[in-house]
Design a protein around this ligand. Structure first.
Ligand SMILES: [Zn+2]
Length: 589
């Protein structure tokens, strides 16, 4: 073990003193970690090494709390002590009192519920942060309101691309896809490319179609659709792979814009008690921003970045394995796509859509042909990378399970923690395969109460029985990791916990639950958002529960979500968020 110097030979400027103190502190933390893990000898070393033995005070105590630890041996506690970035003790208030020192900060939780920090297993962090500044069409309830908001943006910043949006055509009466005709007059030469909230289709205005070179003569690309009117002219809506025609002509965000987006996203996450995220499909430029922030010690959110699966070789060739990195930033996963989404009728099903009988969805571009996908997944797995694949329709999910079977067959059994992202509509025959292949279902409960408004007319009551089938998955012994797909759904974990426990759709039409037999207990939902989410990123030793030696990531809530009626969970707020032992968010009760 190499120890940093405990005294400094530098001139006694304030900077030198500070760095010497920092080193002593760092060294103390290492020793105390040993103490915490039961190495009594470390204490003597500590006393010997310091000319004036410091008092063993914690940096932060949380007292008079109702702590859900997530640990089966001690599920509840009332106090905890934090030293540096780790939890050093969990217990009753009396047990923890001995950690109080002269400089210890104490948070009196006044009996409130404390949970491990939330770990969102599926976000798009930079998109989410960018979205916080973009035009917001999520609650634009009519075509007129949709056009008004876009027009106002174009007037304020003429010529600058209008992006984001997150529109929802199912809010309109009757539901109908928007067209560029709605917005061409109010935007003129300002290019517009606004996405549906699921990210699987977007509306381009005439200016954007022009820059993208999309005309009536442009053919649909594999895995994509250019929606056309009766005369064959593009209406402005493009689906899945066809979106690339436009996205490739949008100027890339500058590093400053990316940095701003990440900072906005981190602030938003802190206010919601989200202390870790698993970031799906970040660009390498996004990761560069995370890396800069990590190097400067400015991350307040732990990030596991899973870049696009087709680029797996970038990580494989330099020997990066799953969950490589620091507690703040990790790499080593890849995220692929099997199909599209239910809302865009591009999720890939065995049977046609009821309200679009000429289609059963689209396999993604990367799955065409499927042999290429199989070759890449096998090679990525052989390189030790973790495989996460987006699959929503029952046939899309089934095909990924087939590929996973091939991967295991070819590369042999090991702890690889394969993941299917979304896993929304599972064929009854496939539940057992999730279990036998130990595939993690990385699911987003908020989508259930959102899609639940209209999914039945799209896929019918039979397929609904195994839609967002959280109860069945748990009963089969499948691990559920919760997330939001932010900005597709709100980042607020309490909304997702509410969704899993109530399945009460957003339109208020199913107060007792939509497909109620798939509701799960709130404690199971919390586990899926903490301990199981940590497992899904190979981090269960370091986070996901409140226990001695774990990273000090936790939240204090206004109300006890484990005991209040589930219908009230959506109104609960985060009072305090602690990450790595630092209070990064606090609101007044
Ligand atoms: Zn996603």
């Amino acid at each position: 073990m190499t120890s940093p110097p405990l005294t400094t030979t530098m001139p006694s400027s304030s900077g030198a003193v500070k760095s010497s103190r920092y080193n002593r502190r760092a060294s103390m933390h290492r020793l105390l970690k040993l103490v915490a893990r039961g190495a009594p000898a470390a204490l003597c070393v500590l006393a010997f090494a310091c000319s004036r033995p410091p008092r063993l005070g914690a940096d932060l105590l949380v007292t008079r709390a109702t702590i859900w630890t997530g640990e089966p041996v001690r599920p509840e506690a009332t106090a905890l002590a934090i030293l540096g970035d780790r939890i050093v003790a969990v217990g009753g208030d009396d047990d923890i009192e001995r950690w109080r020192g002269a400089t210890t900060t104490v948070i009196d939780a006044e009996g409130r519920r404390v949970l491990p920090g939330f770990n969102d297993s599926h976000v798009h962090l930079v998109d989410g942060g960018t979205q916080l500044d973009n035009v917001d069409l999520k609650d634009a309830d009519s075509p007129e309101e949709f056009a008004r908001r876009i027009g106002a943006r174009a007037k304020a910043k003429p010529g600058a691309w209008i992006l984001g949006g997150e529109w929802d055509d199912q809010r309109w009466t009757p539901p109908q896809l928007p067209t560029r005709a709605l917005i061409d007059d109010v935007t003129n030469r300002t290019p517009v490319f606004v996405s549906r909230y699921d990210g699987h289709m977007a509306l381009a205005n005439a200016a954007a179609l022009g820059r993208a070179g999309i005309t009536a003569r442009t053919a649909d690309p594999p895995g994509g659709v250019i929606v056309r009117d009766d005369n064959g002219n593009p209406t402005g809506v493009v689906k899945d792979a066809a979106m690339d025609f436009v996205t490739r002509v949008i100027p890339a965000a500058t590093p400053e814009e990316r940095l701003r987006a990440v900072k906005r996203a981190m602030e938003h996450a802190a206010s919601l008690g989200v202390t870790s995220v698993q970031d799906m499909n970040p660009s390498y430029d996004d990761i560069a921003v995370y890396a800069d922030l990590a190097n400067r010690g400015e991350l307040t959110l732990r990030i596991y970045a899973a870049p696009i699966e087709t680029g797996f070789y970038d990580q494989a060739k330099i020997g990066i394995h799953r969950s490589f990195g620091s507690p703040w930033l990790r790499l080593g996963a890849v995220k692929g796509y099997a199909d599209g989404s239910l809302g865009s009728t591009t999720a890939y099903f065995f049977d046609p859509y009821l309200d679009a009988p000429n289609t059963r969805g689209l396999l993604s571009e990367e799955m065409q042909p499927i042999e290429h996908m199989r070759t890449r997944l096998m090679a990525a797995d052989r390189a030790g990378l973790q495989l996460c694949v987006h699959a929503i329709g029952d046939a899309g999910i089934s095909q990924i399970l087939d590929l996973f079977e091939d991967v295991v067959g070819a590369n042999g059994d090991r702890d690889r923690r394969l993941r299917i992202e979304h896993a929304q509509h599972i064929a009854p025959k496939d539940f057992d395969r999730f279990a036998s292949l130990k595939v993690i279902a990385s699911v987003q409960p908020y989508h259930a109460i959102d899609d639940g408004r209209w999914a039945e007319r799209r896929i019918g009551s039979d397929r609904l029985k195994t839609t967002y089938a959280f109860r069945t998955l748990l009963d089969k012994g499948v691990r559920l990791a919760f997330g939001t797909d932010w900005p597709v759904a709100p980042l607020n974990p309490l909304l997702s916990l509410y969704a899993a426990a109530t399945r009460a759709t957003l339109d208020g039409k199913n107060p007792n639950g939509w497909v109620p037999e798939q509701k799960i207990a709130i404690a199971d939902a919390v586990t899926a958002y903490t301990r199981a989410a940590a497992f899904a990123e190979f981090q269960e030793r370091d986070k996901g529960t409140i226990a001695r030696g774990k990273l000090a990531d936790l939240v204090i809530l206004t109300d006890d979500i484990l005991t209040i009626p589930a219908a009230r969970i959506k109104d609960v707020r985060v009072l305090t968020t602690v990450v790595g032992g630092k209070v990064i968010y606090q609101r007044r009760p």
